[in-house]
Design a protein around this ligand. Structure first.
Ligand code: ZN
Length: 311
């Protein structure tokens, strides 16, 4: 079963203060809050989903904001960089925007044929803009950022590993990705059928310490499949390859499987369906606090403990 995984569905990271997290991703990066809900495993805290207008898979960065959470540490077995795709001539615009908003960034550099610009969010999460003129996805335009500068969605992610062999084999033999480019200790893998948001770079640092997941670090990366049936088929393939994978878990806007890959990172397989317009219309995505059915009866208690937000 080759080439079933179509790229990245979403990336989930941990933040500290909820308001600061919301402000950075909507007002500095110009993403849309497409869902405001709670952490299904901890309903006293938020789960934010940022993305394009509809929350299209491949554009969705999600956060668990936990006030007073300690900072994590980047290291092996972690997604250490999350990259967004932007138009080729947009870096001057972004650097000026980063200056104005006191966002820490580095001067642009080049890697595997693309210019990229590294920056960090207020919790220290390491992000990149990658100039990709081949990206034809429409950006979200509900902000002050001009459409010809705005983020298109993910470009890819970088996973730091002590040894690349196991993860590389998973990506090629199980996910159906192709090894496309490499330079020094960086190895790139891409889904074969050219979806966007489909680049996984493995960076090999044999002596790097294990990362610790807390504020400012990625909790997991989710890969996409179209529907529940292809997800169940993939579950079997992953289990047969020797991974300890969960059953299908209902995340309200998609169903999910989770397993830990060879280097220690948490991988999720998520479905494109049903998407975010199941409990709000596309135009009003992110406006209400959306609770899954199991928590609806506790809504007033939950609203009391969640930090207030100015949207
Ligand atoms: Zn997830």
């Amino acid at each position: 079963m080759k080439n079933l995984i179509n790229g990245i569905h979403h990336v989930t990271a941990i933040a500290g203060n909820a308001q600061r997290n919301y402000d950075f991703y909507t007002k500095v990066l110009g993403l849309r809050l497409v869902k405001k809900t709670v952490n299904f495993d901890d309903p006293g805290s938020y789960h934010f989903y940022f993305g394009d207008h509809e929350g299209t898979p491949g554009t969705i960065l999600t956060f668990f904001p936990w006030e007073n959470m300690r900072r994590g540490m980047r290291g092996a077995g972690q997604i250490t960089e999350t990259s967004f795709s932007v138009p080729a001539d947009s870096f001057d615009y972004w650097m000026e925007r980063f200056e104005k908003t006191n966002t820490i960034y580095n001067k642009p550099s080049q890697r595997l044929g693309n210019d990229y610009l590294v920056f960090v969010d207020p919790d220290g999460l390491k992000l990149e803009l990658v100039a990709d003129s081949s990206d034809t996805r429409a950006p979200y335009t509900g902000t002050d950022i001009p459409a010809d500068k705005a983020i298109r969605g993910f470009y890819g992610v970088t996973l730091t590993v002590n040894d690349e062999k196991g993860t590389a084999k998973l990506l090629t033999d199980v996910f159906g990705f192709e090894a496309t480019k490499s330079n020094a200790n960086r190895y790139r893998f891409e889904a074969q059928k050219g979806a966007f948001a489909d680049k996984i770079d493995l960076v090999v640092l044999p002596n790097e310490q294990r990362g610790s997941v807390a504020a400012g670090s990625v909790h997991h990366v989710a890969f996409r499949l179209p529907d529940f049936e292809s997800q169940l088929q993939m579950r079997e393939v992953i289990a047969d390859a020797g991974y300890n994978i969960t059953g299908q878990i209902d995340r309200q806007y998609f169903k999910s499987l989770y397993f830990r890959e060879d280097a220690g990172a948490l991988f999720e397989i998520a479905t494109d369906i049903p998407g975010f317009a199941t409990d709000e219309s596309i135009d009003s995505l992110g406006h209400g606090l959306m609770l899954p059915p199991q928590y609806e009866s506790r809504r007033s208690d939950i609203e009391k403990v969640l930090p207030s937000l100015i949207l």
